[in-house]
Design a protein around this ligand. Structure first.
Ligand SMILES: Nc1ncnc2c1ncn2[C@@H]1O[C@H](COP(=O)(O)OP(=O)(O)OP(=O)(O)O)[C@@H](O)[C@H]1O
Length: 612
């Protein structure tokens, strides 16, 4: 029932095409019934001189070409009629294929569109829990399974049912005895086919899973190829892949063997069925109960019926698969997402931010932020320092509305963040993520992503601030250089710098760096901070970092520990307090002494006030 509802829902907008393809199938089937009738007519009436009372309409159709005398002299006319019928059948089958393909391709396209759109707006939690491979499979092979159902199985079920009904009524009108003989093994073949295909479904599923595992293994291996090489684990990886490869081969072999056994058994049953019609039909013909033409007609219909009936089980089993796929697609489409939310307000964002008694947890009972209160004025630079897992990124996640806070208050200027439109606030915040991601496009296109109306001059300017302009120019294609998957032809630090340039191009009133200078060397870090310093006060800037020199020049430094703010103040204030900040500062200075090198670090320590 659920499946039928889904069929009805999915065909929306394409039902006319479906009706047309069903009409074409009916026409093809009707026409296919004509050839044996023409042959019977030729054998019995033209050659055999017997009366022909098959059906008034068909009688008239053949009579249209002339009387018996005329036709017996020009028997080639019957050959031409058969050829025309075959061409007409082919034409109707072509139209059926065309219309059902158009409808099913539309359905698949709409489904992919809906899924893609939905996935753009899912809540962040969804991506944390969902497996990427599984999502990709739902958007590709599950959609394909549903498409195959609509393009083939649905119409084939209709064709088979129509074929059986029409053939049966036609055969019954000619000879009840022969019809019974022609149908004697049909139920057995049908039941056997249904039983077999239900049973084999499990093997199909196992094979699909084994193939999925093999491709997932390959994908993981390719993504982690550097780790594999670095740990010299090639042999181990090959063995793991071999195991999956072997398992897949064995399952496919088992599947093909089972299908071959089924085919040979059902072939055997079909031959016996044809044998029964031939022997019993010959007996009745000799006795004069039926004509030779009727025997030939029954044999033709028998052959026409056998193929769809033996495949009926397969079609039904595949339909079961299509319903499972449709449900997997529906699971995604029925998820709650940001799309369902009402639009929030869109105030002008100046850049004043205040957190008041914010508590936050991702998982109930596991507090991540504990009573956070913090005031950031427009244009200020705030640095956040804290151990891993202390809640720095979570603070940013709330600000960008990736997650919602349940208690406390966050105000942007004077507006409660909860009331501000999600897209609006994200448009007004530039964020450089902890793990920068670059699309497989040119460097320029990756930069345009931030602001498609930006000028080339602005792009170069942002790249210069992020100290990546010279690096880009050193590539032979310059800004047109196409980045590989995940930007692999850039180093980690280069990717970070490019994503800083991208964020700067957005020109938002709020700028966030989430540990975005960790992969650049101290010298480059200093250069970027100097360049940024010139833009100071243009945007409220939040910097999350572990390197003290990155942090020290901020207007306000916030020290987080296990989700709580434990210290807050300027570098000068914090250095004079006994606390985490002073301890880390001392550790980094001691390290510097240990290394005992004349370093940029030393300069940084001296210039901390100006170097953000
Ligand atoms: N999506 C999530 N679901 C559940 N727990 C999460 C999620 N994201 C983060 N956490 C948990 O919240 C805590 C704070 O994480 P957060 O990423 O804010 O730390 P952080 O200070 O930014 O750390 P780092 O410096 O390593 O990036 C951690 O204990 C982490 O395991």
């Amino acid at each position: 029932m659920k499946g039928i509802k889904l069929i009805y829902k999915y065909t929306k907008g394409n039902r006319k095409l479906y009706i047309l393809s069903i009409i074409a199938v009916i026409m093809a089937t009707v026409v296919s019934f004509l050839s044996p009738v023409i042959i019977k007519f030729t054998i019995d009436y033209i050659i055999g001189d017997q009366s022909f009372e098959i059906n008034n309409v068909i009688n008239k159709f053949i009579g249209f070409f002339g009387d018996r005398d005329f036709l017996s002299k020009k028997i080639w006319i019957m050959g031409i009629i058969i050829i025309v019928i075959a061409v007409a059948e082919g034409g109707f089958n072509y139209l059926k294929g065309k219309w059902s393909a158009m409808a099913s391709e539309n359905i698949a396209k709409n489904l992919r569109e809906k899924l893609y759109e939905k996935l753009q707006y899912m809540y962040f939690d969804y991506y944390t829990n969902a497996k990427t491979g599984d999502l990709v499979q739902r958007c590709t092979s599950d959609v394909e399974t549903v498409k195959t159902f609509f393009s083939m199985q649905l119409v084939e079920v209709g064709r088979t049912i129509f074929l059986v009904v029409v053939a049966l009524s036609f055969m019954l009108s000619l000879s009840i005895k022969m019809t019974l003989a022609a149908m004697v093994l049909i139920p057995a073949i049908l039941i056997f086919s249904l039983y077999f295909h239900m049973k084999i479904q499990k093997v199909f599923l196992e094979t699909d899973e084994a193939e999925g595992e093999m491709s997932a293994g390959l994908q993981e291996n390719l993504t982690g190829v550097r780790v594999v090489r670095a740990f010299a684990r090639e042999k181990y990886e090959m063995e793991r892949f071999d195991e999956k490869n072997l398992n897949f081969r064995d399952l496919v072999y088992k599947l093909l063997k089972t299908i071959a056994i089924f085919e040979s058994r059902v072939d055997f049953l079909s031959i016996i069925q044809i044998g029964i019609v031939t022997v019993y039909g010959t007996y009745l013909t000799v006795k004069g109960e039926i004509s030779l033409g009727t025997l030939v007609l029954f044999l033709s219909y028998e052959r026409m019926l056998l193929w769809p009936i033996r495949m009926f089980g397969r079609i039904l089993a595949d339909m079961g698969k299509a319903f499972v796929s449709a449900e997997r697609i529906e699971e995604i489409l029925n998820e709650d997402s940001e799309q369902g939310e009402k639009d929030g307000i869109k105030p002008e964002i100046k850049g004043n931010i205040s957190f008041e008694n914010i508590f936050f947890e991702y998982i109930e009972g596991k507090e991540v932020l504990n009573n956070i209160s913090l005031n950031i004025k427009k244009g200020q630079t705030v640095a956040i320092l804290g151990a891993t897992g202390s809640g720095k990124t979570s603070l940013v996640n709330l600000l960008t509305k990736f997650y919602d806070y349940k208690s406390g208050s966050i105000k942007i200027d004077d507006t409660e963040l909860n009331k501000i439109d999600k897209r609006w606030i994200r448009e007004n915040i530039s964020i450089v993520l902890q793990e920068p991601f670059m699309f497989s496009k040119s460097i320029k296109d990756n930069l345009y992503l931030a602001n498609k109306h930006t000028s080339e001059y602005e792009i170069y300017d942002a790249a210069k601030i992020a100290t990546i302009h010279d690096v880009i120019n050193s590539f032979s294609e310059g800004y047109e250089t196409v980045l590989g998957e995940k930007g692999v032809n850039l180093s980690g630090g280069q990717k970070q710098r490019l994503s800083i340039a991208r964020a700067l191009l957005k020109k938002s009133p709020i700028l966030i760096f989430d540990d975005s200078l960790s992969a650049v060397d101290t010298e480059t870090d200093r250069e970027i901070r100097k360049a940024l310093n010139d833009r100071k006060h243009k945007a409220t800037t939040i910097i999350i970092a572990h390197r003290m020199t990155t942090i020290a020049g901020a207007d306000v430094i916030v020290v987080l520990d296990k989700g709580k703010i434990v210290q807050q103040g300027t570098h000068k204030e914090l250095i004079n307090q006994n606390g985490i900040y002073k301890r880390i500062w001392n550790i980094q200075n001691e390290l510097k002494d240990d290394i005992n090198e004349e370093s940029v670090f030393e300069e940084d320590v001296e210039n901390v006030e100006v170097s953000i």
